[in-house]
Design a protein around this ligand. Structure first.
Ligand code: MSP
Length: 640
């Protein structure tokens, strides 16, 4: 029986609702699962909700619902949120399910039978909000270390002999049998265990909600104790077949529930029951906002819904707007340290990576394929520089995934598109076409190959984007990991589609003070006046004219005239809007040299910023005739 690759998120509390912090962990697991599936593995991905505990009962009461109505309603909010983010979980596991109750009671019984759970009297402070006992010495101004109210309790309870697992735990961690990541957090766990583990109270008096302690119905199992068991319960344990999933290959979470729960208590529980340990337990840092942890109670959360809406408004389709969030979550993954995750950071990542790197690569590649090779994938082999670059990106991706550094893996994937853009600039296919250079077909094939490979590598993170690229390439999705980097992934003779812009660039929020519309009459008078005026030579010299190269061109949607151009002026890249759409297609423009006014005050046209002006004459019907240097001139050369 082949074991399935098993990956889990924490199960989330139903007394809160999802935000980008939860989306982060869930997205990281989703991408990991998709990658394993691409490698041909049978992968299984669990997420779900943590629904027991006194806090839930209290939240239900406040909402005027029964606990069951409450958990059903909130749990659906979580699963709907993950569905809306295209999260491909295999099970949405709930701790109020009969399956979970059965497994939790069974594990409790096994631990008790093995002598690891005993009855004792507890007298001390209890933090209801965190559902934990607090030592007198740990109280701060009469409150718990988290600042919560505490109440005195005296009750007989069940205790788990955690102290007995210090040594075996250290052995498992130090030998690497239980892999804790990242390194820094692993060290924290080691020193935590070395300071000594205390036995843990694992029952509470039964408030009428929770999982009853087997044989002692007046008590329920401590909510953290039952919550951890969810990972095992979902495998079907103790019924036959659980080994097909267990042990988990990866438990992902954030740092606050790593040391005390997932990296110590949970492995100890499993050892006590004679069960295999998870292979890897890994914790990332937090998304913060103004230096404090993003959380609903602090009211400082970025909502996933707002992010998706923002990019739909910017012109992305719904699926691609979801991918924007998915992309930004992984890109910003706080692997070691915390990350301030704000809408402006999301916008910055979007412009740099999605609109510029990936979006440009797609747009340029398809436009050039149409311009230079009639829109048909050339045969022959790719330039070895392109295949070597893909091989290097793929190797870096795989290496990063070994330590679950998904942010690095994503970067390696997008580097294939970045290489593409550099390669186009260096090879200048327009110059090859002009001089009739025989290498043109190989260069275009290489560019298409780089785009095809990027499509495959970004797929685990942004599946809708990858699909959109595949469709535009005229190919079926590249979803077999092995094929990435193979020449056969790009069959010669394929008819490529037309470029469809995926990620419109967000314009800088600079108000350029566009003047109020003027009447036609007033405009005419002003033009006449201008014509009769002479200007000083010094005035003319104020106009900075330069040679520029059009790198990309895209018609502005909703405008009859405007083309959006990305031009290179020396080392600088600019966006210029030009009213030349009726005369020139994108293919006609890419690679062409033009003359631009380089020091014109930026202004907005149809919602897009124009950072200059392209010089053109008018033909008989007032349409543009572009000015072009008589022969190629270095880009940025000034014109007088
Ligand atoms: N129910 C427990 C987990 C039990 S697992 C057996 C719990 N739930 S929670 O709803 O509070 O979810 C905590 C997890 O949500 C974190 O460990 C992390 O995965 C994710 N995050 C919640 N807020 C986050 C940030 N601000 N930043 C990063 N991750 C965040 O704890």
């Amino acid at each position: 029986m082949a074991k399935r690759f098993y990956i889990t998120t924490p199960i989330y509390y139903v007394n809160s609702v999802p935000h980008v912090g939860h989306a982060l962990t869930t997205m990281v697991c989703d991408a990991t699962k998709r990658w394993h599936v691409m490698k041909g593995e049978d992968a299984f991905f669990l997420t779900g909700t943590d629904e027991n505990g006194l806090k839930v009962m209290e939240a239900a009461e406040q909402a005027g619902e029964t606990p069951q109505q409450f958990v059903d309603r909130i749990s659906a909010i979580w699963s709907d949120a993950f569905d809306s983010l295209n999260i491909g979980y295999d099970v949405f596991f709930r701790t109020t399910s009969a399956r979970h109750r059965e497994a939790s009671q069974a594990l409790f019984t096994v631990l008790k039978d093995n002598g690891h759970i005993y009855l004792d009297k507890y007298e001390g402070w209890y933090d209801v909000s965190a559902e934990t006992f607090v030592r007198e010495a740990d109280l701060v101004d009469g409150k718990s270390p988290d600042g919560n109210e505490v109440r005195w309790v005296e009750e007989e309870n069940w205790f788990f002999r955690l102290s007995a697992f210090e040594k075996p735990l250290l052995e498992k961690i130090e030998s690497g049998e239980l892999l804790l990541l990242p390194e820094g957090r692993r060290n924290e766990v080691l020193s935590f265990v070395k300071q000594g583990l205390r036995d843990l109270c694992v029952s509470r008096s039964n408030p009428g909600w929770g999982i009853p302690v087997p044989g002692d119905e007046g008590k329920v199992i401590y909510v953290w104790f039952d919550a951890l068991i969810n990972y095992l319960a979902a495998t079907g344990w103790p019924a036959a077949g659980w080994e097909k999933l267990w042990p988990a290959d990866v438990h992902w979470m954030a740092k606050e529930i790593f040391t005390r729960f997932h990296a110590t208590l949970w492995p100890a529980m499993l050892m006590g029951a004679g069960l295999p340990l998870p292979k890897t337990v890994i914790a990332h840092g937090w998304f913060t906002f103004n230096e404090s942890k993003m959380s609903k109670s602090k009211g400082n959360v970025v909502s996933h819904v707002d992010v998706v809406k923002r990019f739909e408004e910017a012109g992305c389709t719904h699926e691609l707007a979801v991918d924007v969030l998915r992309y930004c979550l992984v890109k910003a993954l706080p692997y070691d340290n915390d990350t301030n995750f704000t809408m402006s950071e999301i916008e910055r990542i979007y412009n740099a990576d999605l609109a510029n790197d990936l979006g440009n690569a797609l747009n340029r590649t398809l436009t050039m394929a149409h311009k230079f090779v009639d829109g048909v994938v050339p045969d022959g082999a790719c330039d070895s520089a392109a295949t070597a670059s893909v091989a290097a990106c793929k190797a870096r991706f795989e290496e990063a995934m070994k330590t679950h550094q998904l942010n690095d893996a994503l970067d390696a994937a997008v580097d294939a598109a970045r290489f593409l853009n550099k390669y186009v600039d260096e090879k200048a296919p327009w110059a090859l076409a002009k001089s009739g250079d025989a290498s043109l077909a190989e260069v275009v094939r290489s560019i298409l190959f780089l785009l095809r490979s990027a499509e495959g590598m970004v797929r685990p993170f942004v599946p809708s984007t990858a699909d959109a690229i595949a469709i535009q390439l005229g190919l079926t999705p590249l979803s077999d990991w092995k094929s990435i980097g193979e020449e056969s992934s790009l069959p010669a003779g394929t008819k490529v589609g037309q470029p469809v812009p995926m990620f419109p660039r967000l314009e800088a929020k600079v108000q350029t003070g566009t003047s109020a519309p003027q009447s036609q009459e007033k405009k005419k008078v002003q033009t006449e006046e201008k014509k009769s005026e002479f200007i000083e030579f010094a005035d003319f010299m104020k106009v900075e004219l330069r040679v520029a190269r059009i790198m990309e061109a895209e018609p502005v949607e909703g405008s009859d005239k405007l083309m959006k151009l990305q031009v290179k002026v020396g080392d600088e890249k600019r966006q210029i809007l030009a009213g030349i759409k009726q005369k020139y297609s994108a293919e006609d423009l890419i690679g062409r040299q033009v003359v631009v006014v380089a020091n014109l005050k930026p202004r907005k046209m149809m919602g897009h910023e124009s950072q200059g002006m392209v010089l053109a004459a008018d033909d008989a019907v007032g349409q543009a005739i572009l000015l072009e240097p008589d022969k190629e001139a270095p880009e940025g050369t000034s014109v007088h």
